[in-house]
Design a protein. Structure first.
Length: 94
């Protein structure tokens, strides 16, 4: 369980990254819809949005991988202890 909780603490930077990127994408989309981007600024805005989209794909993949690893370590900790400790209850001598 200790490994599981340590791995869970390493998920926080990934989630923070997702929130920051999502906020950036929201802001850029909001600015584009309000028409605050001229011709030259529009090209820069599109480039920034493209970078943010690629970054969101990388960070979301990292988040999913880390979450799966955390879940697997938790399941291994719980089910590994249960399987190795023998019957919990309901046996003949109970």
């Amino acid at each position: 369980m200790e490994v599981h909780s340590q791995m869970a603490e390493r998920l926080l930077p990934w989630v923070i990254g997702l929130v920051v990127i999502a906020a950036g994408l929201f802001l850029m989309t909001w600015r584009a819809r309000r028409g605050q981007a001229g011709d030259a600024r529009g090209a820069v805005l599109r480039a920034v949005v493209l970078v943010l989209v690629v970054a969101s794909m990388v960070v979301s993949t990292g988040t999913i991988v880390q979450a799966v690893r955390i879940g697997h370590s938790g399941a291994t900790a719980v089910w590994g202890q249960t399987a190795s400790s023998g019957p919990v209850g309901g046996g003949v001598g109970d």
